[in-house]
Design a protein around this ligand. Structure first.
Ligand code: ADP
Length: 409
């Protein structure tokens, strides 16, 4: 087991494009870190540099305190689990798991048998040891691939999108298995995915990448509640955060469907800017009819025209069209391109309690606690209100206890 230190690491492929651009990240011993981001953001490249399958253009990579930039993959004692499992079809499960031990040599058949059987017990594969990979389910093959990683007693596990070949149900099960196993074994783990659910559920910390750069590294909770910028805010969370044009007029922040007084804690942060993108999570709206009187006072109620609703049993979405003021519409269009997403829309997604009586095509009274709202600079995308409001208190407390228990250096 070991910590992994990534210092100012750059990767330029032959065309000169920096696929990974000055990434610095300390991964603590036993920590589970997720690299997440859209396709092409450089996460696989970063993982492949850690494992040694890709040269590092500049910067330093340390494993257990030793610089390993120039070490061959087999000398790094890391174990990689690939998306296609890379199992040998003609070998039994036993031999597939034993493979790295035989390759290394120095162990008797008896020692190998013991190690393979122990790993098979951990992974509940004992009764499948004589089978061939083709006789296993996708989930079992995945476990064999992990077994191969376990017997090597590697310093760290590296996963490259290991679940993306599986159907949704199995993916959920395997996700839980990987988490359980990682917790039990306490092995430092770096896990690449483009799936934000995997990122949020598996990681002690999640590193969000975009265009070769680390945008934010934080606990899932902090990413969700205190995103540093529009990109992270839009990437994390499902359904995604609503991005709504907002403008300051007098002492009021005006959105297309509501106005709120400028909060004292916003004043210093927003400076003399007059236009913003307000970020509101769908779940932060509530059906005003279901909010009790005491709570109602802490927020604002406002009327909207509902277009359609979607009732999903455990939650209910309502979609509310609105018109962005012309002066902000252009900026929003540019932002949409920049973010490569359709999140900057002229429609709100609101997630209300399933018991809500909000109906298609009718008016509804919604409620919002404005302290949950984020204000983003429309030019830089920076979250101006980060570290404030109701959510921030909980985060700083959990962050403090995390920092107390997880060494970051
Ligand atoms: P991700 O894993 O996030 O999808 P990658 O790390 O695979 O992203 O790729 C990051 C960027 O580097 C992409 O623009 C990709 O096209 C480029 N890239 C990846 N591998 C190579 C390569 N062998 N040669 C040149 N460019 C590459």
């Amino acid at each position: 087991m070991a910590e992994i230190t990534i210092k100012n690491v750059v990767k330029r492929y032959r065309d000169g494009y920096p696929a990974v651009n000055d990434v610095t990240l300390d991964i603590a011993d036993s920590e589970f870190v997720i690299l997440v981001g859209p396709s092409g953001c450089g996460k696989s490249t970063l993982l492949r540099m850690i494992v040694g399958l890709e040269d590092i253009t500049s910067g330093d990579l340390l494993i257990g305190g030793t610089r390993v930039n120039d070490k061959a993959p087999r000398d790094r004692n890391l174990s990689m689990v690939f998306q296609n499992y890379a199992l040998y079809p003609h070998l039994s499960v036993f031999e597939n798991i034993a493979f790295p031990l035989r390759l290394r040599g120095g162990r008797s058949d008896e020692q190998i048998r013991k190690l393979v059987e122990d790993a098979a017990d951990t992974l509940e594969l004992r009764e499948h040891l004589s089978r061939k990979p083709s006789q296993l389910s996708g989930g079992q093959r995945q476990r064999v691939a992990m077994g191969r990683a376990i017997v090597r007693q590697a310093d760290a596990f590296l996963f490259d999108e290991p679940l993306s070949n599986l159907d949704a149900k199995l993916r959920g099960q395997m996700r839980t298995e990987i988490l359980r196993l990682q917790r039990r074994l306490g092995i430092t783990t770096v896990y690449v995915t483009h799936d934000q659910t995997e990122a949020m559920t598996l990681g002690d910390r999640v590193a969000v990448m975009r265009k070769g750069v680390l945008e934010q590294v934080a606990s899932p909770r902090e990413l969700y509640e205190q995103p540093v910028n529009l990109f992270v805010a839009g990437f994390i969370g499902s359904p995604p955060m609503n991005f709504v044009p907002a403008a300051v007029r007098g002492g009021t922040l005006e959105l297309p469907f509501l106005s709120v007084p400028i909060r004292p804690e916003w004043k210093d942060r927003i400076g003399d800017r007059t236009v913003f993108i307000a970020g509101i999570r769908p779940g932060h709206f509530e059906d005003a009819d279901l909010v009790d009187a005491a709570k109602r006072e802490r927020g604002v109620s406002f009327k909207v025209q509902v277009d359609v609703t979607e009732w999903l049993g455990n939650e209910q979405y309502a979609f509310v069209p609105y018109e962005a003021p012309a002066d902000i519409a252009q900026q929003l269009a540019e932002l949409e391109q920049e973010l490569d997403s359709e999140q900057v829309r002229t429609q709100l997604c609101v997630s209300v309690d399933p018991s809500s009586r909000i109906k298609d095509g009718e008016q509804a009274q919604l409620w919002l606690d404005p302290s949950r709202m984020h204000l983003f600079d429309p030019m830089t995308g920076q979250n101006l209100t980060r570290g404030q409001g109701q959510a921030a208190t909980a985060v700083s407390q959990s962050r403090a206890s995390e920092l107390g228990s997880v060494p970051t250096g």
